[in-house]
Design a protein around this ligand. Structure first.
Ligand SMILES: *[C@@H]1O[C@H](CO)[C@@H](O)[C@H](O)[C@H]1NC(C)=O
Ligand SMILES: *[C@@H]1O[C@H](CO)[C@@H](O)[C@H](O)[C@H]1NC(C)=O
Length: 507
């Protein structure tokens, strides 16, 4: 730990006003890496119960050839250090990686990300044979070799607390034939991953799907993946939308974001942009960032990931990596995005909390009406063929035996490993000034004490004085098995921790 936690000095007896004091007096507590969980249509920090909004980028340097027997985006500590310095400079809290090789070691890069307070959403597929589902003839690729690969990724990354979730698939349904043949297989992979996690993983890591935003399937596919077909295991825990509809100068309405919000407004799970950032008008200004975190969207969307960090042939990059040297040249897009993130106002906490309460009530009503808080599947979904039902479960043996792969673990990092040996320049060739070293904002090494957990005594007294949250703790949801799940956060902790993430975080 580089900094000491601040001791709280005030005594909380004044209701609302005291939480303002709290905000001021201990904004810097170091916390462990808190896993993210899903409650209703929110991601929550599973320790503080604060809602978690994804503010991130997609990260796959080298594109599909960036993963091989010897290297992948999270295997080389030096390039990780180089890029995590920029992630912190941008002020993001999440990256998405599309393909990794589970045979490689990812401990150092994952520890660096954890230390920097950055979460990972990881796709389990890769372009290699036996490592993805063929969208046209999925029955040929849905087999034990494939599932073994998927489970290896899950097994290894389950052990990192900063693995936010897994994508079971990306844009598998994207035309008429794939929409006929693949939906039931997508659901089967989700089912198998969730069963594997339930049986083998140290915690319940959310499993989702990342969809091409095609109007023919926008609503129907999301509904189909949300519903419970045979068992709650087969429904997604979150839904990612790849959206490129805000191009150049737009507004919430001219971009059609308002329609997206309407379309997903009753979704029972978190929805976010798993890719966004149209490049039809360049350099990109990223004004959609302001819309995404505004009151127009925060009740339905949990943020998003800008496509993408490095420049690849399709021209979506924020930075160019020089092939020979590995040095970084920042495009104008990088600076625009950074400035958009810096201009973000704080989220409207009150609105989020009121909506969480509404969301909890809706979930509760669904639970009362049926056995589950998600809808049951219908017979048909528009433009999809789901008539054959899920393919037979073939994974039980593999799930019970578990797969053989190195489990991820955090390691001790030397200060020297947090520094980058690469140079950073702007597009006109000037040196770009950046911190010399990754800032440790999270304690990834101490298993014994959690500063956030030590605090609550006065915190709680203070909380119950506050009319705003008076009845929040009564919101408890009972799931189908009769066990109880608290669905609502403690407002003060929520607000306190949000400040870390949404104020300009460079302390
Ligand atoms: C991971 O999260 C769990 C649950 O909150 C916690 O008990 C554990 O200490 C965390 N581990 C690290 C290394 O942060
Ligand atoms: C779903 O997960 C449970 C563990 O909670 C497991 O026992 C069950 O076999 C799984 N169901 C299916 C259909 O895979």
């Amino acid at each position: 730990m580089l900094e000491h936690m601040h001791q709280k000095s005030s005594i909380c007896v004044f209701g609302l006003s005291c939480f303002l004091i709290l905000l001021v007096t201990f904004p810097k507590a170091f916390s462990l890496v808190h896993p993210i969980s899903v409650k209703g249509n929110y991601f929550l920090d599973s320790v503080t119960n604060e809602p978690f909004y994804i503010k991130g980028v997609d990260y796959q340097p080298g594109g599909s050839s960036g993963v091989s027997d010897s290297v992948d985006p999270l295997s080389d500590p030096q390039t990780c250090a180089r890029d995590i310095l920029l992630f912190q400079d941008l002020g993001i809290n999440t990256i998405r990686v599309y393909s990794i090789n589970p045979e490689l070691n990812h401990d150092i890069c994952m520890t660096m990300l954890a230390a920097a307070g950055i979460y990972l959403v990881l796709d389990v597929n890769s372009p290699s044979p036996n490592q993805h589902i063929n969208r046209y003839e999925p029955w040929l690729t849905y087999n034990l070799d494939y599932l073994e690969h998927v489970f290896k990724v899950v097994e290894q990354f389950s052990y990192y607390n900063n693995t936010l979730g897994f994508f079971a698939g990306n844009e598998i349904v994207n035309d008429r034939v794939s929409s006929k043949n693949s939906p039931v297989y997508i659901k089967a992979v989700i089912r198998d991953m969730k069963s594997y996690i339930e049986y083998n993983s140290p915690r319940q890591i959310p499993v989702g799907y990342s969809a091409a935003d095609d109007l023919s399937y926008r609503v129907s596919l999301s509904d189909y993946l949300e519903c419970i077909d045979e068992h709650p295991n087969d429904s997604v825990d979150f839904y990612g939308v790849n959206s490129y509809q805000w191009c150049g100068e737009q507004t919430f309405y001219t971009s059609g974001y308002n329609v997206l919000v309407d379309d997903y407004s009753s979704y029972s799970r978190p929805v976010f942009f798993s890719e966004y950032g149209c490049n039809e008008v360049t350099p990109r200004q990223f004004e959609e960032v302001q819309a995404l975190y505004s009151n127009d969207m925060i009740d339905v969307f949990s943020g998003g990931l800008i496509y993408e960090f490095t420049q690849e042939p399709n021209n979506y990059g924020l930075v160019e990596i020089e092939e020979e040297t590995g040095n970084v040249k920042l495009k104008e897009d990088y600076l625009s995005l950074k400035s958009q993130f810096q201009q973000l106002p704080e989220l409207d906490h009150l609105q989020v909390n009121l909506n969480m309460k509404k969301n909890a009530k809706e979930a509760q009503n669904r639970l009362k009406a049926s056995q589950y808080s998600q809808p049951r599947c219908s017979e048909t979904y528009q433009n999809l063929d789901v008539s054959k039902g899920l393919p037979k479960n073939i994974a039980d043996g593999l799930i019970e035996a578990g797969v053989q792969i190195q489990r991820g673990q955090y390691v001790n990092l030397k200060d020297s490993q947090l520094k980058s040996g690469y140079s950073y320049t702007t597009s006109n060739g000037k040196p770009y000034s950046i911190k010399g070293s990754i800032q440790r904002v999270v304690d990834y090494s101490s298993y014994s004490s959690d500063p956030l957990k030590k605090v609550p005594k006065d915190f709680e007294n203070c909380m119950y004085d506050n009319d705003l949250i008076h009845d929040y703790d009564e919101e408890i949801i009972t799931n189908g098995n009769g066990s109880s799940i608290h669905i609502l956060p403690k407002l003060l902790q929520t607000i306190e921790s949000w400040l870390h993430k949404f104020k300009k975080s460079n302390t």
